[in-house]
Ligand binder design. Structure first.
Ligand SMILES: Nc1ncnc2c1ncn2[C@@H]1O[C@H](COP(=O)(O)OP(=O)(O)O)[C@@H](O)[C@H]1O
Ligand SMILES: [Mg+2]
Length: 400
């Protein structure tokens, strides 16, 4: 059989773009508390005063980027009639930037027109900050808000998160009042910020927690109405997609992917309704993709931690305490000749893996004597973990 004709299909989707990642809905559901804190930190701008610096954090897919762009859009439109205030907003995604230097260099370019871009390597490091200050000083704006999204990728090299929030106080920028909005997907990044960064950047911190099943259902319902034709979704399928996503991660992005994929599967089958079976199949497919995408790139110490859990699982010893996991971890790390890190590192890795939705943690009480401890287990299917680990050749020794 050769190719089939591309024919427009309209029985399932009314507008599938609504389910795509880049789509910006009109309202942010279930985030009133966060929006209020966000707006209150920026309110000084409207009074001509200096905005508070803000740090937003929470795992991926919980609305941080969306909230930021909504709040900034709203601020810009509310400022339109106020001629005495002129706001410049810079949005930089730092995903692929691994140092303060790179962030500064990319910021410089954000201020410059396309034909005056600088090279992002090779300058002495003091110079790059000076270039940044002169770009901001050259602005004809009363305020400048700089958003650094996914800024956790700079790791410990966090000087820029001190420099920019303090640009006015330290006398680098005079006329324009500068505010920074730092956004992180990684909790350990926040905990490890240097003290002076915490002091400067975190005037206000807003935690975005994972969504529960009800919140995800409302988010999906809002999109489903525009995305699908009326009557296509069988009763209960939206709730089921939400429940699966809540169980796996609490991420709206992951929930939307499930619903989109289920619609796709129904369309490929040529049926005209989305039923439970499609959601279940979509859940598996999305979960597999997500795990592969994320696990393949986690640090080797995390992989070894996961491997430790796999060996416990094989002996039906999950959920397990951190001490038990750590013993297995040590053995595995030695076997492949990796650095054997402290219990503390494994603790950090376990927290990180839990936040990413790969593990579940439960607090247990020791009984009348008091004190409590945590037990961990997989929250995703173990074959997925094994598959992802086996793709890393450094782990070969463990699987032979
Ligand atoms: N509260 C919400 N209401 C509606 N859509 C949401 C909400 N939170 C997240 N989304 C959607 O989920 C996806 C991920 O959100 P995003 O803001 O990119 O998350 P983050 O920046 O925290 O990783 C986006 O498609 C976004 O539109
Ligand atoms: Mg984001």
């Amino acid at each position: 059989m050769g190719l089939e004709p591309f024919t427009p299909d309209s029985t399932i989707f009314q507008d599938e773009n609504v389910l795509r990642d880049g789509y910006q809905p009109d309202t942010l559901i279930e985030r009133d508390r966060e929006l209020e804190a966000f707006q209150s930190a920026l309110r000084p701008v409207v009074n001509g005063a200096q905005p508070k610096n803000l740090f937003l954090y929470g795992q991926t897919g919980v609305g941080k980027t969306l909230a930021t762009s909504m709040v900034l859009d709203r601020l810009a439109s509310d400022l339109e009639p106020m001629v005495e205030i002129d706001l410049e907003t810079i949005f930089l995604n730092c995903k692929s930037l691994t140092s303060s230097y790179q962030v500064a260099a990319h910021l410089v370019n954000e201020f410059r027109p396309p034909d005056e871009q600088i090279k992002t390597t090779g300058y002495p490091s003091g110079m790059i900050n000076k270039m940044l200050w002169s770009e901001i000083n050259a602005l004809d704006a009363t305020h400048c808000l700089i958003v650094l999204d996914e800024v956790d990728s700079i790791g410990n090299d966090d000087d820029i998160l001190y420099q920019v929030p303090r640009a006015n106080d330290n006398g680098h920028v005079d006329e324009t009042q500068v505010g920074v909005i730092g956004i992180s997907n990684d909790f350990t990044f926040r905990d490890n910020l240097s003290a002076r960064v915490k002091d400067s950047l975190c005037d206000e911190e807003i935690l975005f927690s994972p969504y529960d099943a009800n919140e995800l259902r409302r988010i999906l319902e809002q999109r489903a109405e525009q995305a699908f034709h009326p009557g296509v979704l069988e009763d209960g399928v939206v709730g089921l997609a939400a429940a699966f996503a809540a169980q796996s991660s609490g991420s709206a992005r992951q929930a939307l992917r499930r619903l989109y994929k289920a619609g796709d599967l129904a369309r490929d089958e040529g049926t005209d309704s989305v039923v439970e079976r499609h959601i279940r199949a979509a859940d598996e497919a999305v979960e597999r993709d997500k795990v592969h995408e994320e696990l393949v790139s986690v640090p080797v110490q995390s992989k070894l931690t996961l491997y430790a859990l796999l060996t416990l699982e094989a002996e039906e010893k999950l959920p397990a305490k951190r001490s038990a996991i750590y013993k297995r971890y040590r053995v595995a790390a030695q076997k492949i000749g990796a650095d054997v890190r402290t219990d503390r590192t494994v603790h950090d890795r376990l927290s990180q893996l839990t936040l990413k939705g790969f593990l579940d943690v439960e607090e247990k009480n020791k009984g009348p004597k008091g004190g409590s401890y945590y037990e961990y287990q997989f929250s995703i299917r173990t074959e997925l973990v094994r598959e992802a680990l086996q793709r890393d050749s450094r782990m070969d020794e463990l699987f032979n």
